[in-house]
Design a protein around this ligand. Sequence first.
Ligand code: UD1
Length: 314
Amino acid sequence: CLADNILVTGGAGFIGSTLVRDLIEKGNTVTVVDDLSMGRLSNLPESDQLTFYQKSIIDRKFMDDLLIKHQFDYIYLLAAVASVADTIERPEVTHQINQDANLWIMETLRRNQLRPKKVIFTSSAAVYGDDPDQPKSEHSRIVPLSPYAIDKFASERFVIDYGQLYGLNTAATRFFNVYGPRQNPSSPYSGVLSLITQRLQDGQLFTLFGDGTQSRDFVYVGDVVSALQLIADTPDSNGQVYNVATGHSVSLIETIRIFEKISGDKLKIEFAEQRLGDIKRSEADISKLQSLGFEPKFDLETGLRRYWEFNQNH
Ligand code: UD1
């Protein structure tokens, strides 16, 4: 998709900015809408191919004008309140961002007969909840246990059904545990690998909730960005939802061991009660994404090494 005109909502965030950097390197023109609630301006590259708006996606007038003016070729919907805990604290406010704003964007496309080549909504493995069946395929039971998961699942359906009902090309992704450079460790609910990285660097105590045997399908952000573009560029993905992960889960203890080997430092660990609602194991079946030609390029050790080296240099 050379030299396309692309919108990334949430483009200053961890995953969004990695996508934006890659799209710009490939010669595209990119517009980012981000309110910088979690994202950072410093995540974005200096480039005359990039236009940045510090705006919330709930600003309907702004989004209308933007969508009509730019007639984007591709739209990646990544803006969200990504903290599950925050959505439990403020369900109504976060619902406006995590669901209503995305519905409004689809409405604007429909009412103005705008026809991007693809609209991609980014959802979460959170939609599978705590159902113990593993690995999770896209047909697994949906058990949303938080406002976050409810809004993610509903937005998935809205975006995909708009495609079917009104002739828009759409697809959705369910991210598993994404990690890598620029992940923001500022909240206790930030991704565990960003917290571990920080603790390895500052020598402070890391609190491990549970016994460390819980496992996750950790996927490197570079693979996530490749998957997003593959889905965007494949006509067969229309109306489909895809797990984005590696297909292998690794326990937290094993992950820490790998990280210690890479950093050459020992993580100081204090053990605490397992988190309420914590999932024992989360692993994805990625065969649907593989059927589009996807293969993860970064196993956990390779990804963690990249992540560590990035942090040493920044
Ligand atoms: C992830 C998602 C969440 C989603 C959930 C369900 C992230 C950041 N979160 O949560 O949005 O709802 O999947 O699919 O991707 N841990 C510690 N110490 C810490 C922090 C975490 O021991 O300081 C443990 C947690 O208890 C958990 C594991 O590390 O067992 C992973 O935690 P986390 O990175 O927050 O991700 P999930 O809980 O899998």
